[in-house]
Design a protein around this ligand. Sequence first.
Ligand code: HSE
Length: 309
Amino acid sequence: MSRERARAFAPASIGNVAVGFDILGLAIEGAGDSVSVTRSETPGVRILAIRGSDHALPLDAENNTAGKALLAMIDVLGLDYGFDVEIDKGIAFGSGMGGSAASAVAALVAANALLDKPLRAEGLYPFALEGEAVASGGKHGDNVAPMLLGGLVLAVGEDPPIRLNTPPGLCSVLVHPHCVLETRRARAALATPYSLSEFVAQSGHLARFLVACQRGDIDLLRRCLRDDLVEPRRAALVPGFQEVKAAALTSGALGASISGAGPSVFAWCLSTAHAQVVAQAMQAAFAENGLDSDSFVSSLDAPGARLLD
Ligand code: HSE
């Protein structure tokens, strides 16, 4: 038999990346969840502990993102054994940094190491989507895909995710204000229909963004890294959003928008040194709105989930 216990880490991520609602995501460095999984003769999944969260998260496997992802793995692979799971949260609840997805991805990467025939990272994606759906109500891969593969990833529904090239040297900044915005609430703000012209405009941003990344065209990136579709409806849910975005752009960021469902805000910058300046300006703007915050600066090719031991 293969090993009996494994522990894995999955990084936080920036969902949507302004131009790709539900289909584009970017892994970041400096924050993530760790999950220990033990192979058990007893079928099913048991969540034995969740540490590091000040929000009560479900311990029953069906309603827990890590538990649901592992149940999907057991079901599809026809495993005749089960898993015991311990989760160490490093990503705050309702932060817009993909916390629910990270637990699912870390659990899958750990459990994968316990399989008799481990899968490639892409093979875990359908199970991760099942876990994500428990938390947000939708099977969108914009968090789980970059967490699995690292870097910037296009993830359209259940199709295999595609890692994208990014211009060398660019960095992301993610600023997490200390407040909670539940994904379900942020999604409810999008319930009313969009016009065809709004859809066309945002399609143009996404198309140019993909070309800009492929060509390494910074000027084009500066013109198209924007969200005219979802951000206007969610901005009011993020305290100080307009000031924080303005601070990023005034400091020379290529673009800035809400990270995932919020309330975190991200920006893309020209270098690590530039990103540090932008992060400081964004944090100062949150502070003026009465919010403490943390910031994370990463290269655009941050690594994905990995085994810890
Ligand atoms: N893409 C989803 C949203 C989840 O914006 O609602 C983000 O993590």
